[in-house]
Design a protein around this ligand. Sequence first.
Ligand code: ZN
Length: 401
Amino acid sequence: MSKVSLKNLRIWNGVDETIDHGVDAVTFENGCLTFIGSSEDLSTRAADSVVKGPPVKDMAGLFMIPGLIDAHIHLCLDPHIKDPLQQDKFTREELLAGMTDRARAMLEAGITSARDLGGGQWLELEIRDSINRGELIGPRLICSGQPITSVKGHCHFWGGEAADGTEALEVLTRQVEHKVDLIKVMATGGNITPGSRPADAQFDEETLALVVNTAKSHGLRVAAHCHGTSGIRNAAAAGVTTIEHCSWVGAEGWGQAFDPLVAAQIASQGIWVSPTINSGWKRFADKGKFADLLKENYARMRKDGVKLIASTDAGIPNVLHHHLPLAIPVFANFAGLTATEALRAATSDCAEAIGLGEVVGQISEGYAADFVLYEGDPTSDLEVLAAPVEVYKQGETVLTV
Ligand SMILES: [Zn+2]
């Protein structure tokens, strides 16, 4: 792969509070960033080089940020289908065709990495491997395979039912055999499964701890689906890596059972919360009291030091896979984040939480050349994310308007 240099950029590196205006040029080679600095340094390096390099592209003041990361998607789910039980009407070929299209749409929208948190047939792992081999266009994927769930529990139709700890480990072993990147466990019931109740815990702390420790022995992290507070408590005590949703559902309903002791434990153990706030949450913004309650819960969590990452749960009804850029402003609004904090939650922080912290999420030397270019400055206006000018993954451009 050839060496490419870009100059006259405005660069947000994925970490810092502000843009460093002295840094406006990058070079990447073989998919990796090899130089970050000023256009001046770039020309000095070119002049010093014995080998004449390729021409430097003038980017005319475009903004560069690291590629976006969605910490929670389901590539196998068609978001246009309301009833999850109808998802299995497709043939394997139809499913793979849909997943291929969705993967491409995600990358074109600026999502260069994503964590897939569950399907029934490991097809997303096939897509992951095809993308890695360069046969398909899409984000780099981190996949969990079948989530471990209780008998008739949330998403049981994906085949990961377990009545006890022994059976949970059987499901886990099956995922390891299919070469998953992490383990997903349903610590509570969920919305999309008939008969399953979001408030109810599906496993006790002991069973979850068994899952976490066994996953660790395989070098795998654990993501726990948690709506109800009892399940959040069990997952936090068991030491999972990320808590998905974290909806604080109790007997009184959604968001009503915030527990400061549990939030403190989540924070002290360094567990990440992935709140799956998608762009559709705009509909709650008008519901005064409910919106206030949700916002208050995020404010309390953040005050306690809980770290949040960007995620959408793409694939559930009406949540499109390529809509993370539209979700980030809504996420920032509900979670009370500045634009830079929200962007960090969708780049460097997200990368760290999903185990890619040394690879992506930053415009730094040695990191993958995964980045997105915009006309405007996303660090001052998150709406800019909706219209990328160019997307690069591993130094290859995938979108040019
Ligand atoms: Zn999900």
